[in-house]
Write a protein that binds this ligand. Structure first.
Ligand SMILES: [Ca+2]
Ligand SMILES: [Ca+2]
Ligand SMILES: [Ca+2]
Ligand SMILES: [Ca+2]
Length: 248
């Protein structure tokens, strides 16, 4: 009985570990991707959709309140993201891009260039890029920045377009440069050149506010193991990210 229980446990563990560890394959773009908020490129048409449906803060929103999905591509210089977001109210109530940006509608892209995992709250071991509706990109800096909020607009090119009637389906097209953990604001260095079979830590999320003081929902792409009931771990710990593998 003990052996049977142990066998069942091993099989269960192998299955769950596998599902979590298998990196998402990302296809290489065969022609240039133009960041214009329009998914007209042939490569976007053939790329696979992934859901944005894991609730980190707030319960499950109604479909017209929020729904989202995304696709990925890459080339030598960039990882490309196409996010399709449906949000009934678009709001940016903090005009200062460094103030409470997570309480405005924003797209949050988590990147760990070497998939090392680990704490990145006040380091560049990984990045939590918050892209505001106006395109500003904010994250915490390291001790050289007083651990305060910095703008990293040079890391990300983005553009979105939307349907003109509610619930305002948004097509958000993003090109992300991958910076190694040696990045710092005083001497940024160069982004890494991407190659097939590279593994990258990655997660995507959307902060949805429709007029409240704080964001109402925070919805992500990957399940997060809660710590003391808190699933909002991505901005602290890169170990909760998923993984991508770049494919030819
Ligand atoms: Ca495009
Ligand atoms: Ca909403
Ligand atoms: Ca890292
Ligand atoms: Ca909103």
């Amino acid at each position: 009985m003990k052996r049977l229980t142990s066998l069942i446990f091993s099989l269960w563990f192998a299955t769950t570990a596998n599902a979590e560890d298998v990196p998402q394959p990302v296809t290489k773009a065969t022609s240039p991707i133009t960041i214009d908020g329009q998914a007209t490129e042939t490569d976007w048409r053939s790329a696979k959709w992934y859901p944005l449906d894991k609730y980190i803060i707030g319960g499950k929103p109604a479909k017209k309140d929020f729904s989202g999905r995304y696709k990925l591509l890459w080339d030598k210089e960039f990882v490309y993201l196409l996010a399709e977001i449906t949000d009934d109210v678009l709001i940016d109530s903090h005009p200062d891009p460094k103030e409470a940006y997570w309480d405005d509608d924003c797209l949050e892209i988590f990147i760990d260039e070497d998939a090392s995992g680990g704490n990145h709250l006040h380091s560049f071991n990984a990045f939590a890029y918050h892209i505001a509706l106006d395109g500003n990109v904010a994250d915490f800096g390291n001790e050289n920045d007083g651990n305060g909020v910095i703008l990293l607009n040079e890391h990300i090119n983005s553009r979105w377009t939307r349907e003109t009637e509610a619930p305002y389906k948004i097509t958000w097209e993003v090109a992300i440069r991958l910076y190694p953990d040696t990045f710092n604001t005083a001497s940024p260095g160069e982004p890494v050149s991407l190659k097939a079979e590279k593994v990258i830590g990655f997660m995507l999320a959307y902060c949805d506010n429709d007029g409240s003081e704080k964001r109402e929902h925070f919805i992500g792409s990957h399940d997060i193991e809660p710590v003391d009931g808190d699933k909002n771990r991505g901005y602290i710990d890169a170990s909760v990210f998923g993984k991508l593998v770049l494919k030819k």
